[in-house]
Design a protein around this ligand. Structure first.
Ligand code: BGC
Length: 752
């Protein structure tokens, strides 16, 4: 049957038929994606978006009638989706169905932990399962395509979008990217209950100067190939059907019109066959960048560079493509190639045969309790135990009489979900306070105090217009008495749990910061609670490292819970009381202070490596917590590290084996990490680089043997002098352990 994912030839033939019957305006329409906003009553849109909430739907409806819309984003109601689809199918000359896209970043209705948290699980299976839940809910309401995963490497936590990615490391980033694509898309592009994935933002967006979102990026080729591109490549190899461009200038050329990126790297080198969508308004913004003189040129140049579809809020540049065609600024072949790619995606999804969504089934799928279960497991596996002096955690429920839960984030359902969620259900959301209360029942007296007021950003978030996104103090909150009240309940309790961090609108897009301090009076509150002498657990709700220098010194237990999602509170309670043991690991080096950033473990040795720990005279030069760090409730020791061969040829593979023993008295997971270092060569190479990891459950007292293959792919790198990939002969050091400072090492030689 034409349109089924596997019948390539029939599918191509059908795309040709459709294409042949299209006018240039209809073709341009297929390449145009509009936002379709249904803002809450009275919502005021951020003027920076250039959006008139009343006029925008009218513009889209008119374009729909002309058959000049290929895709819509931001509609999540299945009835609305069907209604809009009907207009496209029945109300236009060609009747080509729409693709519905949306930012299903970490869940639609059931909200999973934020992406950086999922990466911290170091568990590709749970990441894939999580995103398949997101996909299932999205597809059930009629969404075909997600603008995720974000696979931008981020090494500067001032950049708020670090939360959407997998952190600093290309190897971990690649594994997480591939797992997400598998989860979103399933086995084949267009699979039932799945959506098309859209890795973004191609490429380099995480390197904005000063961590200032949208600002320019200047990246050397070696950094691009070795660090920034590997997660994209992994996503493409996993079959991602689309790619999104980036907003900023990359080395002086707007990424959205950078032919080298799309035509050369993506299509020619990697063989990508899907389609490229611009970031929102990024095509028309080629004029804003001072790159294109007008919209016609912007559209023509973006298309020529390899951007197939324009995501537009209003007044798309691609509407001028027919004019550019007449003027010879666009070639018919280029226009047709882009339209073909979009049509093929629609055909693979089966939309030409069945464009509508089953509204009753959508309700059923969204209510599936299994989704909440997976969200809870993901949150448990994502949490990172940063510190646990004298085994304060897990708490012994039987030995506790009272518990003080403190901090505004402890009781805030909306903040528990994190940014980039729109269709959440607060009724189902379990914040930390509720999770703890449900877990202990009547057995432990749990008192709550907010302590400090909610902190507002210095300017509103663009997401405020969606309603429910601006944090507010609850009614009746009295800042005059709140602080003392929190200290009082801490003093009277057996244990105090303080939830600290950033409010969800302080992180994400357009949420850069110039400091990493805990906003408002949260540090002061923590200090006052610790001063009561009550044993204190700090729970950190964050999507980037925050300045925890004081806490790391004075608070006995610190658990990073991230923004843990719909079931966050339930997961946190299970972790606190030891139903499950934490085993997440940091996907970034945690700096002590903002002055150290960017800080990453895989730097080169450089001049005076012996002084590497003395780079700043006013602060240590090490991170507060290293990349890969995370404790468990067990203890793990490493031994018996071997390589099967002491020397291999350039294309040879070494098997590295290690024995990991759980010397604790309970079962737990250990994330076994392998780091590699090339001692000499035709370029200076990083002091160490992650080249293998495995999250392994180990029973109390048991020993597991873990093996890694270290082949040529692990040793090949882009060399700036050769301007090519090279494999150097050299002695190589290998370390295996529980974080990036692992000391158990061995070596092998690679010979020419
Ligand atoms: C973001 C993208 C997102 C798009 C659509 C843009 O502002 O940069 O990541 O997919 O909006 O919401």
């Amino acid at each position: 049957m034409p349109g089924t994912p596997n019948d390539e030839e029939a599918l191509r033939a059908r795309a040709e038929e459709l294409l042949a019957a299209m006018t240039p305006a209809e073709k341009a329409g297929q390449l145009t994606q509009y936002f379709f906003f249904s803002l809450p009553e009275g919502a005021e849109a951020d003027p920076a978006l250039g959006l008139d909430p009343a006029a925008q739907p009218r513009e889209v409806q008119a374009a729909l009638e002309r058959g000049e819309v290929g895709s819509l984003l931001f509609v999540t109601d299945p009835a609305r989706i069907n209604e809009l689809q009907r207009r496209a199918v029945e109300g236009s000359r060609q009747g080509v169905p729409l693709l519905f896209g949306f930012d299903v970043v970490h869940g639609l209705r059931t909200i999973l932990p934020v992406p950086i948290a999922m990466a911290a699980s170091w568990d590709p299976e749970v990441i894939a399962r999580g995103q398949s839940v997101a996909a299932r809910e999205a597809r059930a309401v009629g969404i075909h395509w997600t603008f995720a995963p974000m696979v931008d490497i981020a090494r500067d936590p001032r950049w708020g979008r670090m939360i959407e990615g997998a952190g600093e490391d290309p190897f971990l980033g690649a594994a997480v990217a591939a797992a997400q694509v598998r989860g979103f898309q399933g086995d084949v592009l267009g699979a039932a209950e799945h959506v098309i994935a859209g890795p973004k933002h191609f490429a380099g967006y995480g390197y904005a100067v000063g961590g200032r979102d949208y600002d320019e990026v200047n990246l050397a080729d070696a950094e691009l190939w070795n660090t920034v591109l590997p997660p994209f490549k992994a996503a493409i190899e996993a079959g991602a059907g689309t790619v999104m461009t980036a907003y900023m200038d990359l080395n002086g050329i707007p990424a959205t019109a950078n032919a080298w990126l799309f035509t050369e790297v993506l299509r020619s080198v990697w063989g990508f066959e899907g389609f490229v969508v611009s970031d929102a308004n990024a095509v028309r913004n080629l004029t804003t960048h001072g790159f294109a003189p007008d919209l016609t040129s912007a559209g023509a140049r973006a298309l020529a560079a390899g951007t197939d579809m324009e995501m537009a809020i209003t007044d798309p540049a691609f509407a001028h493509l027919p004019e550019a065609l007449d003027g010879g600024r666009v070639e018919t072949a280029a226009l047709d190639a882009a339209v073909r790619r979009v049509l093929r995606a629609k055909l693979r999804l089966g939309l030409l045969d069945d464009p509508y969504v089953d509204e009753a089934r959508a309700r059923e799928v969204l209510a599936d309790p299994q989704h909440r279960e997976i969200a809870r497991i993901a949150a448990e596996r994502a949490a990172v135990l940063l510190k646990n002096d004298d085994d304060l955690l897990p708490l012994d429920r039987g030995a506790l009489e009272s518990l003080a839960v403190i901090g505004p984030l402890a009781a805030s359902k909306r903040d528990t979900l994190g940014p980039w969620v729109f269709d959440f259900d607060l009724g189902e959301t379990v914040p930390v306070l509720d999770g703890i209360r449900r877990h202990v029942g009547d057995a432990v007296r749990v008192e709550y105090a907010q302590g400090v007021p909610v902190v507002q950003r210095t300017f509103p978030s663009m997401f405020d217009m969606f309603g429910g996104n601006r944090p507010e103090d609850p009614e009746g909150f009295d800042p005059g008495t709140a602080f003392d009240e929190a200290v009082r309940i801490a003093r009277e309790a057996d244990v105090a749990v303080v939830v600290l961090g950033e409010w969800q609108n302080m992180i994400g897009e357009a949420a850069s910061r110039s400091s990493l301090h805990l906003p408002g009076r949260q540090l002061e509150l923590l200090q006052a609670v610790v001063a009561t002498g009550t044993p204190t657990v700090a729970l950190v709700m964050n999507g980037r490292p925050l300045d925890l220098r004081w806490a790391a010194e004075h608070v006995p237990a610190i658990l990073d819970i991230w923004y843990p999602g719909t079931q966050g509170g339930a997961a946190v309670a299970n972790l606190l009381f030891g139903e499950v043991a934490p085993a997440g690991r940091l996907p970034f080096s945690w700096p002590r202070t903002v002055g150290q950033v960017p800080m990453f473990y895989s730097h080169t040795r450089s001049h005076e490596p012996e002084n590497q720990q003395r780079r700043y005279w006013d602060e240590a030069s090490t991170p507060l917590f290293p990349f890969g760090h995370g404790l468990g409730y067990g203890r793990f020791t490493y031994g018996g590290l071997t390589v099967d061969r002491s020397s291999v040829p350039l294309d040879g593979t070494v098997t590295v084996a290690v024995e990991v023993t759980n010397t604790g008295d309970r079962e737990g997971d250990e994330v076994v990490q392998l780091y590699l270092h090339q001692r000499s060569g035709t370029a200076s190479r990083p002091v160490r680089e992650l080249k293998g990891f495995r999250r392994v459950p180990i029973a109390a007292g048991a020993t597991e043997r873990v093996e890694f293959e270290v082949g040529p792919d692990a040793r090949r790198y882009w060399n700036a002098a050769a301007r090519d990939w090279v494999l150097d002969p050299s002695p190589f050091d290998v370390w295996v352990g529980g974080d990036s400072t692992a000391e158990l090492g061995t070596s092998f030689d690679v010979i020419a």
